[in-house]
Design a protein around this ligand. Sequence first.
Ligand code: AMP
Length: 210
Amino acid sequence: MNIILNGASGSGKGSMAGFLVRDFGLVHISTGDLFREQIAKQTPLGKKVESYVSTGKWVPDEVTIEVLIDRMQQPDCAKGVILDGFPRTLNQAIELDKVLNVDLVIAIEVTDEIVQTRLGGRYMCRDCGTIHSTRWDKIDKCKKCGGIDLYQRDDDKAEFIQKRLENFKLNNSEILDFYRAKNKLFVVQDKIENTPADTYALVKDTVAKL
Ligand code: AMP
């Protein structure tokens, strides 16, 4: 089973992925996480993409597609994958279609206000990458590994959030049209008062029927 999580940064794709991994044993692949790992290790790829990622600009399609395909070829992905943050352009969706049978695209719709609030309060664990929110979590130490270095991503700073949102909106409607035409699209509305578990409850049964 292969699932795409679609939604603006801050729409809760990462949290949704966590529930899907737990319940369906799929592998969560976030292209943003793959890039951040490479940047942390300062590999040639990491150095190449760093200026894009740190300022909220998108990495060129050919680099992104190659990184994703490489990750999907690892043996752990045989059970199925949850793609988070990919595709972000129609071209990426078309290329993905050539190499992966996508069963469902879950599009999480959120308002700009929700995105601004969530990204502004998002802190990541430097050791294991777990996402924390000042709304639900304490940020003195990581709730998963106990690490004490929780940080705010450079691209979550206010000046970059609006740019990422605009970029997302510019490309996303044609991506949704692409999957709607294939009958793969399932849209859920997220609300400011919803916890990640509330939003997951809206999609769980649909995934279980795949
Ligand atoms: P994310 O963690 O999904 O918000 O992604 C963080 C950053 O990684 C983005 O702002 C882009 O710079 C880069 N990135 C992640 N996925 C993609 C993609 N599918 N296409 C282009 N750039 C991407």
